[in-house]
Design a protein around this ligand. Structure first.
Ligand code: OOG
Ligand code: MG
Length: 261
């Protein structure tokens, strides 16, 4: 760690940008940040959310699909944390004014039945430790101007996490080939994207396994029973505007919707 690197101060800057809904310049505009330093900032940011009354409810992967990696111009995934009060029920309403420049994307979410810590965790171990899979929408909201960042910036910014909407009727992944679970996404009744589970690292459970192993590499623990885990956007993310109604329908899993006012 170089003398000028202060993970807590950088986390504070991100926390305030989020609270004040004000975009800031990428942290790497000042100084190069390594992956490990970026996760140190993310950890300090989580500590700030917990200090302000948030509770850790789960984890998320991001940039796990080619579509997302192309859209955001990186070729590596990342993980982040999900805070309890950012999780919303199907059909929830969000306010555009609560965000800087929100985008919405479709994902498959996992609810963990058991603890799972890496390294060397496989997708089948993830499935064995899963209670339910659910259709989900994620609202992301980069704290960086124009949604432009490098991978260390977005790691520090908790993978742009803003809200999670869980839908469907939670069901066990048993007997489902999650790679082939198809998805249709509509905004205001208009089809904007189609996809399938295999879009995220070949299999959503492999995406979750990637997360567990990466957390182990970062000495950050892993998954605990009860954790909600977002396996990553199946396709690109779309701008979310006041007046929008977003709905995604998945084969076998059901649907999930959110309204923005
Ligand atoms: C980073 C977060 C990516 C996903 O599912 O790929 C993400 C971003 O695109 O701002 O949540
Ligand atoms: Mg996402």
């Amino acid at each position: 760690m170089s003398a000028s690197f202060d993970a807590k101060a950088l986390a504070q800057r991100l926390f305030e940008a989020q609270r004040e809904r004000r975009a800031i310049e990428p942290l790497t505009a000042e100084r190069a940040i390594s992956e490990r330093e970026a996760y140190d900032v993310q950890w300090a940011l989580l500590a700030e959310h917990l200090a302000q009354g948030g509770k850790l409810a789960g984890k998320k992967t991001g940039l796990t699909s080619l579509a997302k990696q192309r859209q955001m111009n990186t070729n590596e995934p990342l993980y982040g944390y999900v805070i309890d009060r950012t999780i919303l029920a199907d059909g929830a309403q969000v306010s555009r004014a609560d965000f800087i420049h929100p985008r919405v994307e479709c994902e498959i979410a996992f609810l963990m039945a058991g603890r799972l810590h890496g390294p060397n965790v496989s997708g089948s171990q993830v499935l064995a430790a899963t209670r339910y899979v659910m259709p989900a929408l994620e609202i992301i909201d980069s704290r960086f101007a124009a949604f432009k960042f490098t991978l260390p910036d977005v790691i520090a910014d908790n993978a742009s996490a803003a809200r999670v909407v869980l839908g469907g009727s939670a069901r066990s992944p048993e007997g489902l080939d999650l790679r082939l679970v198809g998805m249709l996404m509509e905004i205001n009744g208009e089809l904007v994207a189609t996809g399938s589970g295999g879009a995220v690292l070949g299999h959503p459970a492999d995406s979750v396994a990637w997360l567990v192993n990466k957390m182990a590499e970062m000495d950050a623990g892993g998954l605990e029973a009860g954790d909600v885990v977002m396996a990553g956007g199946l396709g690109e993310a779309f701008p979310l505007e006041a007046g929008d109604y977003v709905r995604a329908e998945f084969a076998h899993l059901g649907s999930v919707g959110v309204r923005c006012v």
